[in-house]
Design a protein around this ligand. Sequence first.
Ligand SMILES: [Zn+2]
Length: 644
Amino acid sequence: MKRTTLALIASAMMASCAPSYRDVIIPQPQVVETVKGSCPHDAEPAVTIDSSMEHGPESYELTIGKKGITIKAGGEAGAFYAQQSLDQLRKAYEGRLPAVKITDWPRFRYRGCHIDVSRHFWGKEVILKQIDMFARLKLNRIHLHLTDGAGWRMQIDAYPLLTQRAAFRSKSDIYEWEAENLPYCNEGDPDAYGGYYTKDDLREIIAYADSLHMIVIPEIEMFGHSNEVTAVYPQVGCKKDGTRCSVFCVGKEETFHFLETVLDEVMEVFPSEYIHIGGDEASKYYWKACPDCQARIRKEHLDGEDGLQSYGIKRMDEYVRSKGRKIIGWDEILEGGLAPGAVVMSWRGEEGGREAAAAGHEVIMTPSVFCYLDAVQNNPEHEPLGFGGMLPLPKIYSYDPAPAEMPGKEYVMGVQTSLWTEMIEKASHLEYMLYPRVFALSEIAWTDPGRKDYDSFYRRALDMSDTARELGYNVFDQRNADLAPEGYDQVFKHLAYGCKVEYLTPFHEKYVKHGGDETALTDGLIGGYSFKDRWQGYLNSDVSVIIDLGKPTTVSSVSSRFLQFRSIEVMHPEAIVIETSSDKEHFEKVCEISNELDWENRNYTYKKFEWKADSPVETRYIRFTGKINDRRWGWILLDEIMVN
Ligand SMILES: [Zn+2]
Protein backbone atom coordinates (compact mmCIF):
# COMPACT_ATOMS: atom_id res chain seq x y z
CA MET A 1 0.00 0.00 0.00
CA LYS A 2 1.37 3.38 -0.95
CA ARG A 3 2.04 6.05 1.65
CA THR A 4 -0.35 8.49 0.02
CA THR A 5 -3.24 6.06 0.44
CA LEU A 6 -2.38 5.54 4.09
CA ALA A 7 -2.22 9.29 4.59
CA LEU A 8 -5.64 9.64 3.01
CA ILE A 9 -7.09 7.01 5.32
CA ALA A 10 -5.48 8.70 8.32
CA SER A 11 -6.90 12.08 7.38
CA ALA A 12 -10.33 10.55 6.79
CA MET A 13 -10.15 8.97 10.24
CA MET A 14 -9.23 12.29 11.79
CA ALA A 15 -12.14 13.93 10.03
CA SER A 16 -14.48 11.38 11.52
CA CYS A 17 -13.22 12.18 15.04
CA ALA A 18 -13.48 15.95 14.85
CA PRO A 19 -16.76 17.08 13.27
CA SER A 20 -16.58 19.36 10.28
CA TYR A 21 -18.04 22.80 10.84
CA ARG A 22 -20.79 21.80 8.40
CA ASP A 23 -21.95 19.24 10.94
CA VAL A 24 -22.20 21.17 14.19
CA ILE A 25 -24.62 24.07 14.39
CA ILE A 26 -28.42 24.08 14.22
CA PRO A 27 -29.60 26.10 12.39
CA GLN A 28 -26.88 25.77 9.74
CA PRO A 29 -25.11 29.14 9.43
CA GLN A 30 -25.24 30.96 6.10
CA VAL A 31 -21.47 31.23 5.50
CA VAL A 32 -18.76 29.12 7.14
CA GLU A 33 -15.12 29.71 6.17
CA THR A 34 -12.50 27.48 7.73
CA VAL A 35 -9.13 29.08 8.30
CA LYS A 36 -5.84 27.86 9.75
CA GLY A 37 -5.19 27.81 13.46
CA SER A 38 -7.07 27.22 16.68
CA CYS A 39 -7.76 28.82 20.03
CA PRO A 40 -8.28 27.64 23.62
CA HIS A 41 -11.63 25.95 24.22
CA ASP A 42 -12.70 28.36 26.95
CA ALA A 43 -11.46 31.62 25.41
CA GLU A 44 -13.87 34.45 26.16
CA PRO A 45 -15.27 36.22 23.10
CA ALA A 46 -14.74 39.94 22.52
CA VAL A 47 -18.14 41.34 21.48
CA THR A 48 -18.82 44.49 19.48
CA ILE A 49 -22.16 45.74 18.21
CA ASP A 50 -22.26 47.38 14.80
CA SER A 51 -25.77 48.50 13.92
CA SER A 52 -24.73 49.19 10.34
CA MET A 53 -24.27 45.48 9.54
CA GLU A 54 -25.89 44.56 6.24
CA HIS A 55 -28.28 41.88 7.53
CA GLY A 56 -29.62 43.74 10.53
CA PRO A 57 -29.75 43.32 14.30
CA GLU A 58 -30.07 39.51 14.33
CA SER A 59 -26.95 39.00 12.19
CA TYR A 60 -23.48 38.30 13.46
CA GLU A 61 -19.91 37.38 12.56
CA LEU A 62 -18.15 34.88 14.79
CA THR A 63 -14.42 34.58 14.27
CA ILE A 64 -12.28 31.98 16.00
CA GLY A 65 -8.57 32.43 15.35
CA LYS A 66 -5.11 32.32 16.85
CA LYS A 67 -5.74 35.59 18.64
CA GLY A 68 -8.95 34.41 20.27
CA ILE A 69 -12.70 34.73 19.61
CA THR A 70 -14.42 37.84 18.32
CA ILE A 71 -18.11 38.48 17.81
CA LYS A 72 -19.39 41.35 15.73
CA ALA A 73 -23.16 41.64 15.76
CA GLY A 74 -25.78 43.88 14.20
CA GLY A 75 -27.55 44.13 17.55
CA GLU A 76 -27.99 42.47 20.93
CA ALA A 77 -29.98 39.63 19.34
CA GLY A 78 -27.16 38.95 16.88
CA ALA A 79 -24.65 38.81 19.72
CA PHE A 80 -26.93 36.36 21.53
CA TYR A 81 -27.18 34.15 18.44
CA ALA A 82 -23.40 34.23 17.99
CA GLN A 83 -23.12 32.97 21.56
CA GLN A 84 -25.55 30.11 20.79
CA SER A 85 -23.38 29.08 17.83
CA LEU A 86 -20.25 29.32 19.97
CA ASP A 87 -21.86 27.17 22.69
CA GLN A 88 -22.67 24.48 20.13
CA LEU A 89 -19.09 24.57 18.79
CA ARG A 90 -17.69 24.23 22.29
CA LYS A 91 -19.93 21.23 22.86
CA ALA A 92 -18.74 19.60 19.63
CA TYR A 93 -14.98 20.07 20.12
CA GLU A 94 -13.24 18.75 23.18
CA GLY A 95 -9.82 20.30 22.83
CA ARG A 96 -8.88 23.58 21.20
CA LEU A 97 -11.45 25.14 18.93
CA PRO A 98 -10.42 25.01 15.29
CA ALA A 99 -10.30 28.40 13.61
CA VAL A 100 -13.36 29.46 11.63
CA LYS A 101 -15.19 32.53 10.43
CA ILE A 102 -18.98 32.33 10.51
CA THR A 103 -21.07 35.05 8.87
CA ASP A 104 -24.69 34.49 9.70
CA TRP A 105 -28.15 36.02 9.48
CA PRO A 106 -31.74 34.73 9.49
CA ARG A 107 -33.69 34.05 6.32
CA PHE A 108 -36.98 35.07 8.01
CA ARG A 109 -37.70 37.63 10.68
CA TYR A 110 -40.53 35.54 12.21
CA ARG A 111 -39.34 32.15 13.47
CA GLY A 112 -41.88 30.73 15.81
CA CYS A 113 -43.48 27.93 17.75
CA HIS A 114 -47.11 27.85 18.76
CA ILE A 115 -48.28 25.96 21.83
CA ASP A 116 -51.94 25.30 22.60
CA VAL A 117 -52.31 26.01 26.32
CA SER A 118 -56.10 25.72 26.25
CA ARG A 119 -56.84 22.06 25.45
CA HIS A 120 -54.44 21.22 28.24
CA PHE A 121 -53.01 23.87 30.48
CA TRP A 122 -49.23 24.07 30.66
CA GLY A 123 -47.88 25.77 33.74
CA LYS A 124 -45.37 28.58 33.64
CA GLU A 125 -42.37 26.29 34.24
CA VAL A 126 -43.20 24.13 31.21
CA ILE A 127 -43.37 27.19 28.97
CA LEU A 128 -40.17 28.74 30.34
CA LYS A 129 -38.33 25.48 29.70
CA GLN A 130 -39.45 25.40 26.04
CA ILE A 131 -38.49 29.05 25.60
CA ASP A 132 -34.99 28.06 26.70
CA MET A 133 -34.70 25.45 23.97
CA PHE A 134 -36.34 27.62 21.31
CA ALA A 135 -33.81 30.38 22.03
CA ARG A 136 -30.89 27.98 21.56
CA LEU A 137 -32.34 27.31 18.12
CA LYS A 138 -32.46 31.05 17.31
CA LEU A 139 -36.25 31.11 17.25
CA ASN A 140 -37.71 34.47 18.16
CA ARG A 141 -41.48 34.03 18.61
CA ILE A 142 -43.64 31.90 20.88
CA HIS A 143 -47.36 32.00 20.15
CA LEU A 144 -49.64 30.99 23.02
CA HIS A 145 -53.16 29.83 22.15
CA LEU A 146 -54.61 31.21 25.38
CA THR A 147 -58.31 30.66 24.82
CA ASP A 148 -60.51 27.94 23.36
CA GLY A 149 -63.57 25.91 24.25
CA ALA A 150 -61.51 23.64 26.51
CA GLY A 151 -60.45 26.45 28.83
CA TRP A 152 -59.66 30.16 29.15
CA ARG A 153 -56.07 30.66 30.39
CA MET A 154 -55.43 34.35 31.08
CA GLN A 155 -56.54 36.35 34.08
CA ILE A 156 -58.87 39.16 32.94
CA ASP A 157 -59.82 41.52 35.75
CA ALA A 158 -62.98 42.83 34.10
CA TYR A 159 -64.38 39.33 33.56
CA PRO A 160 -63.31 37.15 36.51
CA LEU A 161 -65.56 34.19 35.61
CA LEU A 162 -63.30 33.48 32.64
CA THR A 163 -60.73 32.06 35.03
CA GLN A 164 -62.83 31.30 38.11
CA ARG A 165 -64.96 28.92 36.07
CA ALA A 166 -64.13 28.73 32.35
CA ALA A 167 -60.52 27.67 33.08
CA PHE A 168 -61.56 24.41 34.74
CA ARG A 169 -63.33 21.32 33.53
CA SER A 170 -64.45 18.09 35.11
CA LYS A 171 -62.26 15.70 33.11
CA SER A 172 -58.69 15.76 31.90
CA ASP A 173 -59.45 13.61 28.83
CA ILE A 174 -60.94 16.04 26.37
CA TYR A 175 -62.97 13.43 24.50
CA GLU A 176 -64.54 12.03 27.66
CA TRP A 177 -65.29 15.60 28.71
CA GLU A 178 -66.87 16.40 25.35
CA ALA A 179 -68.96 13.24 25.61
CA GLU A 180 -70.39 14.63 28.85
CA ASN A 181 -71.34 17.83 27.02
CA LEU A 182 -68.49 20.04 28.24
CA PRO A 183 -69.18 20.67 31.93
CA TYR A 184 -66.99 23.44 33.40
CA CYS A 185 -66.16 23.58 37.12
CA ASN A 186 -65.32 26.20 39.65
CA GLU A 187 -61.72 26.84 40.63
CA GLY A 188 -61.13 24.82 43.79
CA ASP A 189 -63.77 22.14 43.11
CA PRO A 190 -62.38 18.73 44.07
CA ASP A 191 -62.40 17.38 40.50
CA ALA A 192 -61.53 20.66 38.76
CA TYR A 193 -58.94 20.11 36.04
CA GLY A 194 -57.21 23.05 34.39
CA GLY A 195 -55.60 26.32 35.36
CA TYR A 196 -54.66 29.75 34.10
CA TYR A 197 -51.87 32.28 34.06
CA THR A 198 -52.10 35.26 36.33
CA LYS A 199 -50.90 38.51 34.82
CA ASP A 200 -47.76 38.19 36.92
CA ASP A 201 -47.13 34.72 35.48
CA LEU A 202 -47.46 36.13 31.98
CA ARG A 203 -45.21 39.10 32.75
CA GLU A 204 -42.60 36.66 34.02
CA ILE A 205 -42.86 34.55 30.85
CA ILE A 206 -42.66 37.67 28.66
CA ALA A 207 -39.66 39.07 30.53
CA TYR A 208 -37.83 35.76 30.38
CA ALA A 209 -38.52 35.38 26.66
CA ASP A 210 -37.41 38.97 26.11
CA SER A 211 -34.11 38.27 27.85
CA LEU A 212 -33.58 35.55 25.21
CA HIS A 213 -34.69 37.85 22.35
CA MET A 214 -38.05 36.19 21.95
CA ILE A 215 -41.46 37.82 21.71
CA VAL A 216 -44.55 36.17 23.18
CA ILE A 217 -47.59 36.50 20.92
CA PRO A 218 -50.92 36.10 22.71
CA GLU A 219 -53.91 34.62 20.95
CA ILE A 220 -57.42 35.45 22.06
CA GLU A 221 -59.70 33.34 19.91
CA MET A 222 -62.71 34.93 18.22
CA PHE A 223 -65.38 34.51 16.93
CA GLY A 224 -65.47 30.71 17.06
CA HIS A 225 -63.99 28.17 19.48
CA SER A 226 -65.57 30.15 22.28
CA ASN A 227 -67.77 27.76 24.23
CA GLU A 228 -65.93 28.57 27.44
CA VAL A 229 -66.75 32.28 27.14
CA THR A 230 -70.45 31.92 26.38
CA ALA A 231 -70.73 29.31 29.15
CA VAL A 232 -69.96 32.01 31.74
CA TYR A 233 -71.02 35.16 29.83
CA PRO A 234 -73.91 33.94 27.66
CA GLN A 235 -74.84 37.53 26.80
CA VAL A 236 -71.98 37.61 24.24
CA GLY A 237 -73.23 34.44 22.49
CA CYS A 238 -76.07 34.00 20.02
CA LYS A 239 -78.43 31.89 22.12
CA LYS A 240 -81.40 33.70 23.59
CA ASP A 241 -82.05 31.12 26.30
CA GLY A 242 -78.82 31.88 28.15
CA THR A 243 -77.14 28.62 27.17
CA ARG A 244 -73.71 28.55 25.64
CA CYS A 245 -72.74 28.27 22.01
CA SER A 246 -69.43 27.93 20.21
CA VAL A 247 -69.41 31.44 18.74
CA PHE A 248 -69.51 35.06 19.82
CA CYS A 249 -72.55 36.97 18.58
CA VAL A 250 -71.25 39.46 16.02
CA GLY A 251 -74.66 41.14 15.94
CA LYS A 252 -74.44 42.59 19.44
CA GLU A 253 -72.48 45.68 20.46
CA GLU A 254 -71.98 44.04 23.86
CA THR A 255 -69.72 41.46 22.21
CA PHE A 256 -67.42 44.18 20.86
CA HIS A 257 -67.36 45.87 24.24
CA PHE A 258 -66.37 42.55 25.84
CA LEU A 259 -63.64 41.79 23.29
CA GLU A 260 -62.20 45.30 23.34
CA THR A 261 -62.05 45.24 27.14
CA VAL A 262 -60.31 41.85 27.06
CA LEU A 263 -57.84 43.06 24.41
CA ASP A 264 -57.11 46.20 26.45
CA GLU A 265 -55.96 43.98 29.30
CA VAL A 266 -54.08 41.69 26.90
CA MET A 267 -52.23 44.63 25.32
CA GLU A 268 -51.43 46.03 28.75
CA VAL A 269 -49.62 42.79 29.63
CA PHE A 270 -48.18 41.78 26.24
CA PRO A 271 -45.89 44.32 24.53
CA SER A 272 -45.97 42.31 21.27
CA GLU A 273 -46.60 44.39 18.16
CA TYR A 274 -48.82 41.56 16.91
CA ILE A 275 -51.91 40.33 18.70
CA HIS A 276 -53.43 37.09 17.40
CA ILE A 277 -57.22 37.12 17.29
CA GLY A 278 -57.83 33.60 16.00
CA GLY A 279 -60.58 33.89 13.44
CA ASP A 280 -60.68 30.20 12.48
CA GLU A 281 -63.48 27.70 12.14
CA ALA A 282 -66.30 29.91 13.38
CA SER A 283 -69.46 27.89 12.87
CA LYS A 284 -71.93 29.87 10.76
CA TYR A 285 -74.77 27.75 12.15
CA TYR A 286 -75.59 30.00 15.11
CA TRP A 287 -75.19 33.23 13.13
CA LYS A 288 -77.74 31.98 10.57
CA ALA A 289 -80.32 31.46 13.31
CA CYS A 290 -79.54 34.57 15.37
CA PRO A 291 -81.81 37.62 14.89
CA ASP A 292 -79.04 39.99 16.08
CA CYS A 293 -76.52 38.59 13.63
CA GLN A 294 -79.05 38.64 10.79
CA ALA A 295 -80.03 42.24 11.66
CA ARG A 296 -76.34 43.21 11.47
CA ILE A 297 -76.00 41.56 8.07
CA ARG A 298 -78.98 43.56 6.76
CA LYS A 299 -78.02 46.86 8.37
CA GLU A 300 -74.40 46.74 7.17
CA HIS A 301 -75.35 45.21 3.78
CA LEU A 302 -73.00 42.29 4.42
CA ASP A 303 -72.55 39.30 2.17
CA GLY A 304 -74.10 36.68 4.43
CA GLU A 305 -72.23 35.03 7.30
CA ASP A 306 -68.83 35.28 5.57
CA GLY A 307 -69.44 39.01 5.33
CA LEU A 308 -70.41 39.07 9.00
CA GLN A 309 -67.15 37.38 9.99
CA SER A 310 -65.17 39.80 7.86
CA TYR A 311 -67.08 42.75 9.40
CA GLY A 312 -66.19 41.54 12.91
CA ILE A 313 -62.53 40.97 12.10
CA LYS A 314 -62.25 44.38 10.42
CA ARG A 315 -63.67 46.05 13.52
CA MET A 316 -61.19 44.25 15.74
CA ASP A 317 -58.40 45.13 13.31
CA GLU A 318 -59.36 48.81 13.50
CA TYR A 319 -59.51 48.67 17.27
CA VAL A 320 -56.13 46.97 17.64
CA ARG A 321 -54.55 49.36 15.13
CA SER A 322 -55.96 52.34 17.05
CA LYS A 323 -53.79 51.10 19.95
CA GLY A 324 -50.71 51.01 17.74
CA ARG A 325 -50.70 47.23 17.29
CA LYS A 326 -51.52 44.83 14.45
CA ILE A 327 -53.61 41.67 14.26
CA ILE A 328 -52.68 38.19 13.11
CA GLY A 329 -55.48 35.80 12.18
CA TRP A 330 -55.80 32.24 10.88
CA ASP A 331 -56.43 32.12 7.14
CA GLU A 332 -60.24 32.09 7.48
CA ILE A 333 -59.94 35.85 7.98
CA LEU A 334 -59.55 36.02 4.19
CA GLU A 335 -63.20 34.96 3.82
CA GLY A 336 -65.42 37.90 3.01
CA GLY A 337 -62.44 40.23 2.48
CA LEU A 338 -59.28 40.77 4.50
CA ALA A 339 -58.88 43.62 6.98
CA PRO A 340 -56.22 45.99 5.57
CA GLY A 341 -53.56 45.67 8.26
CA ALA A 342 -54.06 42.02 9.14
CA VAL A 343 -51.34 39.37 8.96
CA VAL A 344 -52.55 35.99 7.71
CA MET A 345 -51.39 32.82 9.42
CA SER A 346 -51.82 30.16 6.76
CA TRP A 347 -52.73 26.78 8.25
CA ARG A 348 -55.25 24.98 6.02
CA GLY A 349 -52.58 24.63 3.36
CA GLU A 350 -50.36 27.15 1.71
CA GLU A 351 -53.10 28.61 -0.51
CA GLY A 352 -54.34 31.16 2.02
CA GLY A 353 -50.84 32.42 2.64
CA ARG A 354 -50.02 32.49 -1.05
CA GLU A 355 -53.21 34.36 -1.89
CA ALA A 356 -52.58 36.96 0.81
CA ALA A 357 -48.89 37.36 -0.08
CA ALA A 358 -49.70 37.78 -3.76
CA ALA A 359 -52.12 40.56 -2.74
CA GLY A 360 -49.39 42.26 -0.71
CA HIS A 361 -50.40 41.17 2.80
CA GLU A 362 -47.90 39.89 5.29
CA VAL A 363 -48.19 36.18 6.02
CA ILE A 364 -46.81 33.59 8.40
CA MET A 365 -46.74 30.05 7.05
CA THR A 366 -47.79 27.12 9.23
CA PRO A 367 -49.49 24.75 6.78
CA SER A 368 -50.76 21.77 8.71
CA VAL A 369 -49.19 19.13 6.46
CA PHE A 370 -45.69 20.49 7.12
CA CYS A 371 -45.97 22.31 10.43
CA TYR A 372 -48.60 20.74 12.71
CA LEU A 373 -46.76 18.83 15.37
CA ASP A 374 -49.85 17.06 16.73
CA ALA A 375 -49.36 14.60 13.83
CA VAL A 376 -47.22 11.59 14.74
CA GLN A 377 -43.58 11.49 13.61
CA ASN A 378 -43.15 7.74 13.44
CA ASN A 379 -44.98 4.45 12.76
CA PRO A 380 -48.26 5.40 14.42
CA GLU A 381 -49.06 1.89 15.64
CA HIS A 382 -46.45 2.33 18.34
CA GLU A 383 -46.80 6.04 19.04
CA PRO A 384 -49.02 7.96 21.42
CA LEU A 385 -52.24 8.97 19.72
CA GLY A 386 -51.76 11.73 17.16
CA PHE A 387 -53.96 13.92 15.02
CA GLY A 388 -54.10 14.11 11.24
CA GLY A 389 -51.58 12.28 9.12
CA MET A 390 -47.90 11.81 9.75
CA LEU A 391 -45.20 14.47 9.92
CA PRO A 392 -41.79 12.84 10.13
CA LEU A 393 -38.60 14.87 10.50
CA PRO A 394 -37.56 14.73 6.82
CA LYS A 395 -40.95 16.07 5.75
CA ILE A 396 -40.86 19.19 7.89
CA TYR A 397 -37.23 19.71 6.86
CA SER A 398 -38.24 19.59 3.18
CA TYR A 399 -40.63 22.51 3.55
CA ASP A 400 -39.79 25.84 1.92
CA PRO A 401 -42.16 28.57 3.17
CA ALA A 402 -41.32 31.00 0.34
CA PRO A 403 -40.03 29.20 -2.76
CA ALA A 404 -38.40 31.27 -5.50
CA GLU A 405 -41.37 31.02 -7.88
CA MET A 406 -43.96 32.17 -5.32
CA PRO A 407 -45.57 35.51 -6.20
CA GLY A 408 -45.29 37.92 -3.28
CA LYS A 409 -42.75 35.74 -1.44
CA GLU A 410 -41.22 38.89 0.07
CA TYR A 411 -44.42 39.19 2.15
CA VAL A 412 -43.71 35.92 3.93
CA MET A 413 -42.63 37.11 7.37
CA GLY A 414 -41.71 33.62 8.39
CA VAL A 415 -42.79 30.22 9.52
CA GLN A 416 -43.89 28.47 12.68
CA THR A 417 -44.81 25.04 13.95
CA SER A 418 -48.13 24.66 15.71
CA LEU A 419 -48.69 22.18 18.50
CA TRP A 420 -52.33 21.51 19.36
CA THR A 421 -52.75 19.58 22.55
CA GLU A 422 -56.12 17.80 22.47
CA MET A 423 -54.31 14.49 22.90
CA ILE A 424 -51.36 15.69 24.95
CA GLU A 425 -51.76 15.65 28.71
CA LYS A 426 -48.21 15.40 29.99
CA ALA A 427 -45.29 17.78 29.57
CA SER A 428 -43.04 14.86 28.61
CA HIS A 429 -45.39 14.09 25.72
CA LEU A 430 -45.48 17.77 24.74
CA GLU A 431 -41.69 17.78 24.47
CA TYR A 432 -41.69 14.47 22.60
CA MET A 433 -43.90 16.05 19.94
CA LEU A 434 -41.73 19.20 19.78
CA TYR A 435 -38.27 17.67 19.53
CA PRO A 436 -36.46 17.00 17.27
CA ARG A 437 -39.00 18.46 14.81
CA VAL A 438 -38.52 22.01 16.11
CA PHE A 439 -34.82 21.59 15.21
CA ALA A 440 -35.97 21.24 11.59
CA LEU A 441 -38.21 24.28 11.90
CA SER A 442 -35.25 26.26 13.16
CA GLU A 443 -33.27 25.44 10.04
CA ILE A 444 -36.06 26.12 7.53
CA ALA A 445 -36.73 29.44 9.25
CA TRP A 446 -33.10 30.55 9.50
CA THR A 447 -31.02 28.98 6.74
CA ASP A 448 -31.26 29.82 3.05
CA PRO A 449 -32.68 26.84 1.13
CA GLY A 450 -29.51 26.47 -0.96
CA ARG A 451 -27.57 25.54 2.19
CA LYS A 452 -30.01 22.93 3.44
CA ASP A 453 -28.76 19.34 3.45
CA TYR A 454 -30.83 16.67 5.18
CA ASP A 455 -27.98 14.21 5.76
CA SER A 456 -25.96 16.85 7.55
CA PHE A 457 -29.01 18.06 9.44
CA TYR A 458 -29.85 14.52 10.53
CA ARG A 459 -26.41 14.09 12.14
CA ARG A 460 -26.68 17.48 13.84
CA ALA A 461 -30.22 16.71 15.01
CA LEU A 462 -28.98 13.54 16.72
CA ASP A 463 -26.28 15.53 18.53
CA MET A 464 -28.76 18.25 19.45
CA SER A 465 -31.14 15.57 20.73
CA ASP A 466 -28.41 14.26 23.02
CA THR A 467 -27.76 17.78 24.27
CA ALA A 468 -31.47 18.31 24.88
CA ARG A 469 -31.71 15.04 26.81
CA GLU A 470 -28.78 16.06 28.99
CA LEU A 471 -30.72 19.23 29.72
CA GLY A 472 -33.77 17.20 30.76
CA TYR A 473 -35.98 17.29 27.68
CA ASN A 474 -37.90 14.27 26.45
CA VAL A 475 -36.88 13.91 22.80
CA PHE A 476 -38.06 11.39 20.21
CA ASP A 477 -35.09 9.25 19.20
CA GLN A 478 -34.74 9.70 15.46
CA ARG A 479 -32.38 6.72 15.39
CA ASN A 480 -35.46 4.55 15.96
CA ALA A 481 -37.45 6.18 13.19
CA ASP A 482 -39.69 3.76 11.29
CA LEU A 483 -41.20 5.94 8.60
CA ALA A 484 -42.63 3.47 6.10
CA PRO A 485 -43.83 -0.14 6.25
CA GLU A 486 -41.78 -2.95 4.78
CA GLY A 487 -42.24 -3.08 1.02
CA TYR A 488 -43.29 0.57 0.74
CA ASP A 489 -40.60 1.32 -1.86
CA GLN A 490 -41.32 -1.84 -3.85
CA VAL A 491 -43.62 -2.40 -6.81
CA PHE A 492 -45.37 -5.74 -6.23
CA LYS A 493 -45.95 -7.28 -9.67
CA HIS A 494 -48.65 -9.69 -8.51
CA LEU A 495 -51.17 -11.31 -10.89
CA ALA A 496 -53.58 -8.34 -10.74
CA TYR A 497 -50.81 -5.75 -11.16
CA GLY A 498 -51.96 -3.12 -13.65
CA CYS A 499 -55.31 -4.91 -14.19
CA LYS A 500 -58.52 -3.02 -14.78
CA VAL A 501 -60.79 -2.54 -11.78
CA GLU A 502 -64.54 -2.08 -12.10
CA TYR A 503 -65.97 -0.19 -9.15
CA LEU A 504 -69.37 -1.48 -8.00
CA THR A 505 -69.23 1.04 -5.15
CA PRO A 506 -67.57 4.38 -5.85
CA PHE A 507 -64.38 5.34 -4.07
CA HIS A 508 -64.30 8.78 -2.50
CA GLU A 509 -62.53 11.58 -4.35
CA LYS A 510 -61.12 12.95 -1.08
CA TYR A 511 -58.42 10.28 -1.17
CA VAL A 512 -57.57 10.68 -4.86
CA LYS A 513 -55.01 13.41 -4.16
CA HIS A 514 -53.32 11.07 -1.66
CA GLY A 515 -52.90 8.32 -4.28
CA GLY A 516 -56.33 6.67 -3.99
CA ASP A 517 -57.43 6.97 -7.64
CA GLU A 518 -58.89 4.28 -9.95
CA THR A 519 -55.50 2.60 -10.37
CA ALA A 520 -54.75 2.44 -6.64
CA LEU A 521 -55.90 -1.12 -5.92
CA THR A 522 -53.73 -2.75 -8.60
CA ASP A 523 -50.76 -0.36 -8.94
CA GLY A 524 -48.45 -2.68 -7.03
CA LEU A 525 -47.91 -0.13 -4.28
CA ILE A 526 -48.81 -0.61 -0.64
CA GLY A 527 -50.02 2.25 1.56
CA GLY A 528 -47.83 4.20 3.94
CA TYR A 529 -48.41 4.51 7.65
CA SER A 530 -50.48 7.66 7.26
CA PHE A 531 -54.06 7.54 6.02
CA LYS A 532 -52.99 10.21 3.54
CA ASP A 533 -50.47 7.97 1.87
CA ARG A 534 -51.74 5.79 -1.04
CA TRP A 535 -54.95 4.57 0.63
CA GLN A 536 -58.24 4.45 -1.23
CA GLY A 537 -61.32 5.51 0.73
CA TYR A 538 -65.01 4.58 0.85
CA LEU A 539 -67.48 6.61 2.89
CA ASN A 540 -70.56 5.06 4.52
CA SER A 541 -70.47 2.09 2.15
CA ASP A 542 -68.91 -1.25 1.41
CA VAL A 543 -65.99 -1.50 -0.95
CA SER A 544 -66.99 -3.76 -3.82
CA VAL A 545 -64.90 -4.14 -6.97
CA ILE A 546 -64.36 -6.57 -9.83
CA ILE A 547 -60.80 -7.12 -11.00
CA ASP A 548 -60.36 -8.33 -14.57
CA LEU A 549 -57.20 -10.43 -14.80
CA GLY A 550 -57.44 -10.20 -18.63
CA LYS A 551 -57.43 -13.96 -19.22
CA PRO A 552 -58.14 -17.17 -17.29
CA THR A 553 -55.47 -17.26 -14.60
CA THR A 554 -54.47 -19.74 -11.93
CA VAL A 555 -54.87 -18.07 -8.56
CA SER A 556 -53.85 -19.37 -5.16
CA SER A 557 -54.33 -16.33 -2.90
CA VAL A 558 -56.04 -12.94 -2.65
CA SER A 559 -55.30 -10.45 0.08
CA SER A 560 -55.72 -6.84 1.06
CA ARG A 561 -54.67 -4.60 3.91
CA PHE A 562 -57.09 -2.25 5.66
CA LEU A 563 -56.40 0.65 7.95
CA GLN A 564 -58.28 1.58 11.10
CA PHE A 565 -58.01 4.98 12.79
CA ARG A 566 -61.05 5.48 14.94
CA SER A 567 -60.26 9.13 15.70
CA ILE A 568 -61.28 10.03 12.14
CA GLU A 569 -63.91 7.28 11.81
CA VAL A 570 -61.81 4.98 9.66
CA MET A 571 -62.78 1.43 10.63
CA HIS A 572 -61.80 -2.02 9.46
CA PRO A 573 -64.42 -3.94 7.45
CA GLU A 574 -66.69 -6.32 9.33
CA ALA A 575 -66.49 -8.98 6.66
CA ILE A 576 -64.54 -9.80 3.49
CA VAL A 577 -66.06 -11.79 0.64
CA ILE A 578 -64.01 -13.06 -2.29
CA GLU A 579 -65.67 -14.54 -5.38
CA THR A 580 -64.36 -15.86 -8.69
CA SER A 581 -65.91 -15.97 -12.15
CA SER A 582 -64.96 -16.89 -15.68
CA ASP A 583 -67.67 -14.78 -17.37
CA LYS A 584 -68.39 -11.88 -14.94
CA GLU A 585 -71.99 -13.16 -14.81
CA HIS A 586 -71.78 -16.14 -12.51
CA PHE A 587 -69.67 -15.74 -9.40
CA GLU A 588 -68.63 -18.42 -6.98
CA LYS A 589 -67.87 -17.46 -3.40
CA VAL A 590 -64.50 -18.92 -2.44
CA CYS A 591 -64.03 -17.17 0.85
CA GLU A 592 -65.81 -15.19 3.55
CA ILE A 593 -63.88 -13.79 6.52
CA SER A 594 -65.73 -12.13 9.36
CA ASN A 595 -64.00 -9.61 11.56
CA GLU A 596 -64.72 -8.34 15.05
CA LEU A 597 -64.05 -4.61 15.28
CA ASP A 598 -61.72 -3.26 17.92
CA TRP A 599 -63.59 -0.25 19.25
CA GLU A 600 -61.22 0.40 22.14
CA ASN A 601 -58.15 1.30 20.13
CA ARG A 602 -58.28 4.91 18.95
CA ASN A 603 -54.90 4.66 17.27
CA TYR A 604 -53.81 3.38 13.88
CA THR A 605 -54.06 -0.38 13.30
CA TYR A 606 -53.41 -2.21 10.04
CA LYS A 607 -55.00 -5.55 9.28
CA LYS A 608 -54.38 -7.91 6.41
CA PHE A 609 -57.20 -10.17 5.23
CA GLU A 610 -56.14 -13.10 3.10
CA TRP A 611 -57.72 -16.02 1.31
CA LYS A 612 -55.42 -18.92 0.52
CA ALA A 613 -56.81 -21.62 -1.76
CA ASP A 614 -56.47 -25.23 -0.66
CA SER A 615 -55.64 -25.91 -4.27
CA PRO A 616 -55.18 -23.17 -6.91
CA VAL A 617 -58.27 -22.17 -8.89
CA GLU A 618 -58.61 -20.84 -12.40
CA THR A 619 -60.49 -17.58 -12.83
CA ARG A 620 -60.56 -14.45 -14.97
CA TYR A 621 -62.61 -12.18 -12.69
CA ILE A 622 -62.35 -11.64 -8.94
CA ARG A 623 -65.07 -9.83 -7.03
CA PHE A 624 -63.68 -8.42 -3.80
CA THR A 625 -66.03 -7.00 -1.16
CA GLY A 626 -65.25 -5.39 2.21
CA LYS A 627 -68.46 -4.96 4.20
CA ILE A 628 -69.47 -2.49 6.84
CA ASN A 629 -72.62 -4.55 7.63
CA ASP A 630 -75.25 -2.65 9.63
CA ARG A 631 -72.94 0.13 10.69
CA ARG A 632 -73.44 2.19 7.50
CA TRP A 633 -71.16 5.00 8.62
CA GLY A 634 -67.51 5.88 8.60
CA TRP A 635 -64.66 5.21 6.24
CA ILE A 636 -63.11 2.06 4.83
CA LEU A 637 -59.53 2.41 3.63
CA LEU A 638 -57.56 -0.19 1.71
CA ASP A 639 -54.37 0.08 -0.31
CA GLU A 640 -54.00 -2.82 -2.78
CA ILE A 641 -55.69 -6.07 -3.70
CA MET A 642 -52.88 -8.57 -4.13
CA VAL A 643 -53.55 -11.63 -6.27
CA ASN A 644 -51.00 -14.42 -6.40
ZN1 LIG B 1 -75.68 36.41 17.04
